[in-house]
Write a new protein. Structure first.
Length: 305
């Protein structure tokens, strides 16, 4: 309950507790789904904590036994979790493993990355300062370059209260209503972004039929208008870190195709551009605690084919 109270205090709308190899946290919260301003509890999540890596399983209908998973048969376990309608994410793949933290380094051999829904690229406290998060970002980016459909995510590893000088990253999920099925659907599609504080909305509109698309959508190649609207630059969690967006970066197949200067006066940006086959995504870069060029928002891709 302490975690839920803290989550409420921080202003989270949704909380999914992926404890190490146990879902007992949910029994403790029985019946507490949504009342008052408590965060919505997205159930059925667990962190597979094995010698070969930590894997996040979210919203599965049944618990799949992780204890006999081997480094080279992870694909078959991933299939089983998919059958149970679970989402799959790789947690902190490059965190130091044994003897510092047993199993924290990802050593499973994934043959089909398309079955993995997301990779955690911001993990722990002050995630932007951790080399292992940079390596995770690189792995994600390389998989996108290969043509995989895979999202990036953030997670807190919330074992103890954070220090005041630490910041954390947050996932913002595109939802029309807060329900487990919608949360699952949006995460599966990749309709979410990770941020160190600032919020935004990102939409892509086809020139041909004016239809709007959300992150994670499949698009045909063609001319599109990209609308980015920047919202609040800080929130309860990340209020005191002097966050200032300075640039919008548009990336196609992991190459920056356009960089737009962001000013404090202008919050809304529109760009028309041809989208070709591959992936397209948006990042907001800026200063964080006076450090320039920090990735403040990393939005999940649109997929063009
Ligand atoms: Zn872990």
């Amino acid at each position: 309950m302490e975690l839920v109270n803290n989550a409420q205090e921080f202003g989270y709308d949704i909380l999914s507790i992926s404890d190490h190899n146990t879902t007992s946290a949910y029994d403790e919260l029985k019946g507490n789904c949504m009342y008052g301003k408590r965060p919505f509890i997205f159930k059925g999540s667990i962190e597979w904590t094995t010698y070969y890596g930590h894997m996040l399983v979210l919203g599965a209908n049944e618990i799949i036994d992780w204890s006999i998973a081997k480094p080279d048969d992870i694909d078959s376990w991933i299939n089983k979790i998919k059958m149970a309608d679970g989402l799959i994410g790789v947690a902190h793949p490059f965190k130091l493993g044994s003897p510092i933290c047993t199993g924290c380094h990802w050593d499973f051999l994934v043959r089909n990355w398309d079955k993995v829904d997301f990779i955690e690229i911001f993990n722990g406290n002050s995630p932007q300062n951790q080399l292992y998060n940079e390596q995770a970002y690189k792995l994600w980016s390389d998989l996108l370059k290969e043509g995989r459909h895979i999202s990036c995510s953030s997670g807190r590893d919330w074992h103890r209260p954070k220090k005041v000088e630490d910041n954390v990253a947050i996932n913002y999920i595109g939802l029309e209503e807060i329900s487990s099925s919608q949360i699952k659907q949006s995460i599966r599609q990749g309709n979410f972004y990770v941020t160190l504080g600032p919020t935004c909305s990102i939409q892509v509109k086809a020139h041909s039929n004016s239809r709007f698309f959300q992150m994670g959508s499949l698009l045909n190649p063609g001319m599109y208008e990209v609308d980015v609207e920047l919202g609040e630059t800080s929130n309860n969690l990340n209020g005191n870190f002097m966050v200032k967006p300075t640039k919008l970066r548009l990336l196609q197949n992991e190459e920056c195709i356009e960089e737009i200067k962001v000013t404090e006066q202008l919050r809304s940006y529109k760009v028309s551009l041809p989208l070709k086959s591959g992936e397209f995504r948006v990042e907001v870069v800026g200063s964080f605690q006076n450090k320039p060029d920090v990735k403040l928002i990393i939005a999940n891709p649109f997929y063009v084919s």
